[in-house]
Design a protein around this ligand. Sequence first.
Ligand code: PLP
Length: 465
Amino acid sequence: MAAARDLRVTGMAEPGDEDAVDLARRHLIQPWPFAGSVGHEARALIGEGDGIYITDSSGQRLIDGPAGMWCINIGHRREELAKVMYDQAMALSYNTPWYTMNAPSAQLARRIADHAPGDLSHVFLTTGGSSAVETALRFMQFYNNVRGRPEKKLILSRGGAYHGSTYLSASLNGRPRDRDWMDGADELVVKLSSPDPFRRPKGMSLAAFTDGLIDEFRDTVARVGAERIGAFVGEPVQASGGVIVPPDGYLKRIREICRDNDILYISDEVVTAFGRLGHVFASGDVFGIDPDMITFAKGVTSGYFPLGGVIISQRLLEQLRRSNHPDAMFGHGLTYTSHPIGCAVALKNLDILEDSVLAHAREVAPYFQAQLKTLEELPLVGEVRGLGLMGCVECVADRESKDPLQLDKNVGKRIDAHCHELGLLVRPLINMCVMSPPLIISREQIDDMVAILREGISRTMDDLR
Ligand code: PLP
């Protein structure tokens, strides 16, 4: 019975047709599949969403702990967004961005520019986060070509980073698993350390650790040559790397070095923008920096429509306009650039965020962090860290060695499986569990979430005994 109901809900087939899980196993390729199971992955089938909850094929209601993929910021089943999508589709479902434009995209660009720090004034809209990062990088290449600096193209990126799954954006990724079996534009990328305080050498102060990171950055620029480096790309908080919150002052100091060396600072806010840290953009409002470009996606539509973009500084555009090559073309565009339905959804989503959700996120974030932190009482937990409404529980074999792997490679998956049984969806990352619930979560719901996580971790400790 459950299968028939799910098929109706997901619209994948009529009742009586094959079960959706079977269909997926035979025809659907899921993201990040293993070679041994590609095209045969069995994943939980989700039929419905409502607020902070989703319902799986057995009818079980789960707290959506990761808010999809850090994106369902205003929660599931918001009628206002469904209605705006319908209305915009009936008015204008698409227009060719090559030589026409639509009003929602212009209005959205204006609203985004109003929230952006510094002189970030113009927005190029894309289809998601990877295409946003790709656009920013290609823009840097174009910018330096037009300025007569064709050798200034190298990109600085860090361990633990995740910037996307297109060729160039993926080349920046710093999590080993993402790159082990994949090629990339390695000749264009220079890697730096992740600013991960938990993994700093034993006995080292936070101040000395931060100074070391800054020295590494400065030395790398000196060694490689500022004249060859086009951009630094960094997430304000490394999200998929395990919610790595950088030490105080680190981002500001990196920003200064970039400015001094004519290196463009690209702040990848695909996760952190649109409320995850309580503000529309975290670069300025949380970290006090004014990047040359900010990339965003996910929360801009709360995941209701695939949309992303890059905000570009007025200064860069003026330099292009004043260049000796007024006819040089930025040969870059996507069919779905400035999609009217996506932009209309984003405008309504922004209304909702501004009306109440940003303030709510700022209000509950300290409670969310404090409750999660109580999990450090459990012996399996090495550290709980986070900022705003993003948090990470990192498990270790023992607190002395902080060894993640000696423990069990599947510890995150084990916790996820137990939590699923108990009513919570968790995002496992090897030895970590990442939590980033919809921003509308209440204190009581935070209590429920943490209680389930505590029980899931306790059961995992029993498994490993
Ligand atoms: N940048 C960051 C920081 C991300 O976390 C992600 C995705 O998780 C991306 C870029 C890529 O975005 P998308 O999956 O929408 O292409």
